[in-house]
Write a protein that binds this ligand. Structure first.
Ligand SMILES: NC(=O)c1ccc[n+]([C@@H]2O[C@H](COP(=O)([O-])OP(=O)(O)OC[C@H]3O[C@@H](n4cnc5c(N)ncnc54)[C@H](OP(=O)(O)O)[C@@H]3O)[C@@H](O)[C@H]2O)c1
Length: 344
């Protein structure tokens, strides 16, 4: 049993500010590991839960946060792939489990071995930043948009297929650009002009400024698109995507937040939503899950194959509310905010 007290950032109800307070050290169950959390990747879903925009039916008070890195301190004897002392990155799926013991924003949190990867000597911050959306972008592109997985020998015919990533400078979008590019597709990225260099460096061959009045025309001239992912978008963006798809005779786009209320899409254009973590909890995808967490992610970290967005360390748990506020106010761009739960 760790000799340090557990402290958590507690959310007492929807709309409440986070408050620091003691929490029991969670006891692991079957297939579970207890992790001393070192770096939590802050994600937009967290402040959206606080705002009630994502209406997860949670029992309050609760501890939010999904993706973190840290050190294994205890585990179920049935866990054979990991050892005490291993440096790992994980997604605890705590919100979907409605279980505060799995919330990332505490000094000691539970997770399962299926959604955990070893990170060797890589930085805790970079690993958490990368893992926070690599899995989501992977299932979006491979399971939902039916694109090929990344490969060192991609199908050469993929070059002729254009993949549009709207919101390419978001953490989700940045991963998607790199995955699609390394599967051999021609990637077109949309983001704010200030992030053009970043998006091109990730592997996009063409860039369009999402704020430019001619964005729709520019994209229509570049298309048609074989697949469209809205990794970060607004209602207005979805209408532009609708116009682009209508110009190529219709089609479907996948949106990380789904079609917004009031958005009218042209005939023949559809927007679809998926909750990507569900893909990894679904036993029918067990092979895909172990490939993503135990092969792809571990290799990406070990070989530095996928570039995570630059990280900004906000401080300890007491800085989490500030981090959520920055995300809520749209004051972060092309970066991932990090909390160090054991530093206060
Ligand atoms: N469905 C799921 O399972 C799932 C899973 C993970 C994430 N998500 C959602 O996916 C979205 C992205 O998450 P994330 O972690 O990647 O966020 P993030 O990195 O915090 O996204 C911030 C970036 O989004 C871009 N952005 C903001 N508004 C935009 C808009 N209207 N159009 C295009 N880009 C915009 C900004 O880029 P610029 O500054 O370049 O404009 C900014 O750099 C969030 O809405 C999140 O809740 C959903």
């Amino acid at each position: 049993m760790p000799d340090k007290q557990n402290i958590a950032a507690w959310l007492s109800r929807v709309g409440a500010k986070l408050e620091l307070g003691p929490a029991p050290i969670p006891e692991h169950g079957n297939d579970e590991l207890l992790i001393q959390t070192k770096a939590v990747a802050i994600q937009p879903a967290e402040y959206k839960i606080q705002d009630g925009v994502l209406p997860f039916p949670l029992s309050y008070p609760t501890i939010i946060g999904l993706c973190f890195s840290g050190t294994v301190v205890q585990m179920d004897p049935g866990v054979t792939r990991f050892h005490v002392g291993d440096r790992v990155v994980t997604n605890s799926a705590g919100t979907l489990r409605n279980d505060a013991r799995f919330g990332a924003l505490q000094r000691f949190a539970l997770t399962t071995q299926q959604l955990t990867a070893k990170i060797g000597e890589a930085s805790f911050e970079q690993a958490a930043a990368l893992a926070s959306n690599l899995y989501g972008a992977m299932s979006a592109l491979v399971l939902h948009l039916h694109l090929d997985k990344p490969s060192t020998t991609p199908d050469l015919s993929n070059k002729a297929k254009k993949v549009l990533i709207w919101g390419a400078s978001s953490s989700f979008g940045a991963n998607a650009v790199q995955i699609a590019a390394s599967a051999g597709y021609t990637v077109v990225g949309v983001a704010s002009a200030s992030n053009a260099g970043l998006v091109n460096s990730l592997g996009a061959t063409e860039f369009v400024d999402r704020r430019h009045a001619s964005a729709a025309e520019d994209l229509i001239a570049i298309g048609p698109f074989h697949a469209v992912l809205a990794a970060a978008d607004s209602a207005k963006d979805q209408e532009v995507i609708g116009t682009v798809l209508a110009a190529q005779g219709g089609g479907t786009f996948l949106s990380t937040m789904g079609v917004r209320e009031g958005v009218k899409l042209p005939d023949g254009v559809k927007g679809v939503f998926a909750q990507f973590l569900d893909d990894y909890l679904d036993l029918k995808n067990a092979d895909f899950t172990s490939w993503e967490w135990w092969e792809d992610l571990e290799e990406a970290v070990a070989k530095n194959q996928i570039q995570a967005l630059p990280t900004r360390v906000m401080g300890g748990l007491s800085n989490t509310q500030d981090a959520w506020d920055l995300l809520r106010q749209g004051k972060t761009s092309g970066e991932r905010l990090i909390i160090h739960p054991n530093s206060d």
